[in-house]
Each structure stands twice: as C-alpha cells, then as structure tokens.
Design a protein around this ligand. Structure first.
Ligand code: F6P
Length: 367
C-alpha cells in the first residue's frame, strides 16, 4: 500500500450522465480511508488555473442521480496545447503542462483520478510520462474505448436515443413521413446501431459502413410498395457515404479532436424527399443524449468504477485505467487503452442481427 494523504479528482471532455456518481464513489471511499479529496474544476483547465474545490461528505451527498458534473468540465482545455485566454490563444497554443505539474505539487496531491474519454486519456498518459501519479476512469457516451467493455454514460445516451425513436415512430406513422434521427457517437456507430435495433429503425447509417444514396432511396420505395407508408432512418453523426464524406459543423481549436460532426440528418432528409417524393423531416438529438439523470445501469457502473479507482490509487496502480470486463472491474494500462478506438464490426453479430430482422445499412456491400 502506498501512503496517500490527499488526492485530486477531475472530470474532463464532454459531460455525460454518471460523472457525479463516480466523483461520489471515489470521494466516499477516500474519506472512509481518512484521505483528503479536492476536486479540480473544469477538467485539466483547473490544473492550469489552480482552481480547486475541497470535497467533504456533504459535497457528494445526493449527487448519485444528478446529471452533468459538480466539478465542471472542458473538452477544449489541453495543457499541452493551451488555447484559452488569457494564457493562450487559438493562433498561439502554449505548452502549460509544467504549470499544471507545479499546481499538482502545490496542492500537495499524492495522486490524481481523471475521469474522461479518449482525449482525457491521451492527456493523462502524457502527464503520467511526466511523473504525475494518475489513475483513470473511462467515460463517454460514444462507447468507443477498446480497453473496456462499456464506458459509463453510454447506457444513458442509448436510452435517450431509443425513447426518441419510439416517440418519432408514432408521428412518422401518422404523417406517412420518412423521419431521420441523428445520434451522436463521433467516429463510432454504437449509439445509432443499438438504438436502431432497440427502437425498430428501418435504416441505420454508421461510420463503419459507408452508405449509398441509391440503396437508401430504393429501400424506402420498396417499403412503400409493400404498404409501409413511413420509414425511420437512424443516422450516426459520423456516418460516411461511399465517397468518404461526413457532415462537419465546426472545428474547435485546442480540443484533442478539433472536428465537431453533425447535420447529416438534414442532408439526408433533403435527398430523400427530393428523390422519393415522400415528405421527410430531420431530428437531431444532440446534447440531449448527454444530459439528465443516469440510468440504473450507469449509476451502478459508475459506482463500481469510482470505488475501484480509489482502490487502485491505494495499490499504487498509477498509469492504469479501471476497465469493465465480463461484468467485473479490472485494470488496464492507460497507454494500451488509447492505442485503438472501439468501433462497430461490420461483420459482427450485432450487424448480422440487424440485417436478419430486415434492417438496411444503406449499403449494397453488406448482407
Ligand atoms: O464525445 C462525446 C460527444 O458528445 C460526441 O458524441 C460528439 O461528437 C461531441 O462530444 C460533441 O462535442 P461538443 O460538446 O463540443 O459539441
């Protein structure tokens, strides 16, 4: 056992349901061991600006079910390429990692628990290489980390997307329309695929399987000729056509992934209405998928992750991430966790099941 008197905890990257549940589990376990806990505000930004929040049992009482994060977060503050004023700018990013290291020591922290997705893990690994003792917890609605069976936040986003599909079904049916529902997920199609399966979508478009407009149009017209006067298309924000084109809304300087995807639902809706003469509407779920209370599964998973992360700190497992495998929590090196994104296997059993119940991926190459 390492001698740990004080730890820091931060939440970084895009927020998601379950962050507070992890903060609570880490803090409760730490306070039980007589360890002092401070929250670092707004992800790694708080380490650069030295903004901290002392955590007591009162601070974490009643937050298990609360969405968002009581610590605040940032998906643009990167101490290794800092763009935020007054210390940096988009034109002239600065390496302020030494400042962050200094503030870590200034606060007399013995360890830091970082809760975040792919970008946070990359920064955590860079700090580990500089000698900061870090244990990481995997978060993201995208579920795109290969080193864990599931990230917390994903189940909550999936249930929002599925409920949306259910609700859109009735209006699509009433108006005899094609409805296109756009989900988040970045470069992975997990939210789109699973919600489309769970919600009975007709067409699902994911980044892993390039789509073709002709296939989409023919599928919808074929449905119509069979008497199905409406269709539900679930499109991942990162879906690509066969030319490799994606819908990009903006770029964000400083972010570990500066591209923000979005808007594919509008493009598809125009194309489908123009080519099928069936009225079409787009519905972009957006940040609704990241808000609100976590599902029971995410509260459970977040609590297991948080409790384990503190155990790992006590065991001196620095440079490691808590990982969910076969319904238990284990650990994996952060460096291994960032080596590969987890994406949908076009030849895997989920895609096969979707095809077997008659869904289309908008592609003639598969199935
Ligand atoms: O990674 C989580 C996520 O919600 C992605 O699904 C999405 O592409 C991105 O973050 C949106 O980022 P922002 O909150 O900066 O718009």
């Amino acid at each position: 056992m390492t001698c740990i008197k004080k730890i820091g905890i931060l939440t970084a990257g895009g927020d998601c349901p379950g962050l507070n549940a992890v903060v609570r589990a880490v803090s409760k376990n730490a306070l039980r061991h007589g360890i002092e806990v401070v929250g670092i505000k707004n992800g790694f930004d708080g380490l650069v600006r030295n903004e901290v929040l002392p955590i007591t049992s009162d601070t974490v009482s009643g937050i298990l079910t609360l969405g968002g994060t009581i610590l605040g977060t940032s998906n643009i503050a990167n101490p290794f390429s800092y763009t935020l004023p007054p210390f940096g700018s988009a034109e002239e990013p600065k390496d302020l990692s030494a400042v962050a290291m200094h503030n870590f020591h200034e606060n007399q922290l013995d360890a830091l628990i970082t809760i975040g997705g792919d970008g946070t893990l990359h920064m955590s690994q860079q700090f580990v290489e500089k000698g900061m003792p870090i244990v990481a917890v995997p978060k993201t609605i995208d579920n795109d980390l290969s080193a864990t069976d599931q990230t917390f936040g994903f189940d909550s986003a999936l249930s929002v997307a599925t409920e949306a599909i259910d609700r859109i079904h009735t209006t699509a049916q009433s108006h005899h329309r094609v409805m296109i529902i756009e989900t988040m997920g970045r470069y992975a199609g997990w939210i789109a695929l699973r919600s489309a399966i769970a919600g009975g979508g007709d067409i699902v478009l994911i980044p892993e399987i390039p789509y073709n407009d002709d296939v989409i149009v023919n599928y919808i017209l074929e449905r119509k000729s069979c008497g199905k006067t409406f269709s539900i298309v679930v499109a991942a924000e990162g879906a690509k056509n066969e030319a490799g084109e994606q819908a990009v809304t903006r770029t964000v300087a400083g972010s570990t992934d500066p591209i923000r995807l979005g808007g594919i639902a509008y493009k598809l809706s125009d194309m489908i209405e123009r080519r099928t003469y069936i009225e079409s509407r787009a519905c972009v779920l957006g940040h609704m998928q990241r808000g609100g209370t976590p599902t029971a599964f995410d509260r459970w998973l977040s609590t297991l992750y948080g409790a384990k992360a503190l155990d790992m700190v006590l065991e001196g497992k620095f440079g490691y991430m808590a990982s969910f495998r076969n319904f238990g929590i284990t650990e994996v090196k952060i460096s291994d966790a960032i080596s590969k994104l987890k994406r949908v296997d076009p030849h895997g059993e989920e895609v096969r099941a979707a095809l077997e119940v008659g869904m289309s991926f908008g592609s003639a190459q598969i199935g």
